[in-house]
Design a protein around this ligand. Structure first.
Ligand SMILES: NC(=O)c1ccc[n+]([C@@H]2O[C@H](COP(=O)([O-])OP(=O)(O)OC[C@H]3O[C@@H](n4cnc5c(N)ncnc54)[C@H](OP(=O)(O)O)[C@@H]3O)[C@@H](O)[C@H]2O)c1
Length: 293
């Protein structure tokens, strides 16, 4: 059997920036790909590369064993798969559309009710990195489907991992990474505004501060352990030691005319925990404040 004959037929529904990259990577890897997009012209570059263009979502699904869905919004993905419900039985749906955990579970229920397997994948990279061995995709859903189609899934992102049988959990993994990213980016950009105001090149800062910046992610496993054990007592770096440094940052920012909303918010969180009697606890104690909503 030739390599191509072993590869399952794939349909890709949704050919925006990401869907086109997904279909392109599968074509490059020698898969037989049927594509469908609401606006038909977006299929043209993929048809030129060897894709077959289906006239309807049902026709695309009917031509494939694995159905990849990548549109804008979880609600659109659910609606699209609903229209192809009659041809879903026996297939595997890989939904790579971002949404909420509830939306991916709802889509999963719709798909499995029609007799198909369901995987939700949370893509953790931008479109040009699709197909790279380093591209991360968190999957949740059917373990047999993930095992059966691992080779295909690794064509899309080399670091494809099944994190849970619950599709909603893969959504939450992706959301958590974004949550952390925005926190770090906001901190970095506030710091950049402060340094820039003082005439310091940000590139010089990142070069000289590289060991301190690179050490930040190493804090996560330690914080995770404290949070999982709900044990926050610490001999070093307790909340009481954070407060004076945050106050210095606020004073410096104010003196330079730099926005203080971000450090003010941090100060309020730390001060609240200290006032509640947690001054000797580690920074991880603040998770309880966020958990309260
Ligand atoms: N782009 C990235 O780098 C990236 C990275 C990670 C994750 N993602 C995720 O991938 C998904 C697609 O993103 P994208 O960047 O490719 O978006 P995009 O370029 O804006 O394309 C959106 C796609 O969704 C289709 N669509 C929107 N509403 C629809 C509906 N009601 N019914 C059917 N099709 C509909 C569009 O069809 P038309 O062409 O007809 O408008 C188009 O194919 C999103 O969930 C996004 O969060 C994207």
């Amino acid at each position: 059997m030739s390599e191509n004959a072993e590869k399952v037929a794939v349909a890709v529904l949704g050919l925006g920036e990401m869907g086109s990259a997904l279909a392109g990577a599968l074509l490059d890897a020698g898969y037989q790909v049927t594509v469908w997009n609401r606006s038909k012209d977006k299929a043209e570059p993929l048809v030129a590369k060897g894709a077959h263009q289906a006239a309807t979502p049902e026709a695309a699904v009917g031509a494939a064993e694995v159905v990849i869905v990548n549109v804008k919004g979880g609600a659109a993905a659910t609606e699209l798969l609903g229209t192809a419900g009659s041809v879903l039985p026996g297939r595997t749906v890989v939904d790579l559309t971002d949404g909420t955990s509830e939306q991916s579970r709802a889509t999963g229920q719709l798909v499995t009710a029609h007799g198909a397997d369901y995987l939700h994948g949370q893509i953790m990279t931008i479109a040009p990195a699709i197909g790279s061995p380093d591209a991360v995709v968190f999957y949740g859903g059917s373990t047999p489907a993930f095992d059966r189609h691992q080779a295909l899934l690794r064509v899309l992102g080399g670091r494809a991992t099944l994190v849970s049988p619950d599709p909603g959990e893969s959504v939450l993994y992706g959301m958590a990474v974004h949550d952390i990213m925005w926190g770090l980016l906001n901190g970095f950009l506030h710091a950049a505004a402060l340094l820039g105001n003082a005439g310091i090149q940000i590139g010089d800062f990142t070069k000289h501060a590289e060991p301190s910046l690179a050490a930040l992610p190493s804090l996560f496993p330690m914080l995770a352990d404290e949070i999982d054990r709900a044990e926050f007592a610490t001999p070093y770096g307790a909340l009481e030691h954070h407060l004076p440094s945050i106050d210095d940052l606020i004073t410096e920012s104010r003196a330079r005319g730099i926005d203080t909303n971000l450090p003010n918010h941090t100060r309020a969180l730390v001060a609240e925990a200290i006032n509640a009697g947690h001054s000797h606890d580690s920074y991880a104690r603040l998770v309880q404040r966020f958990s309260r909503g």
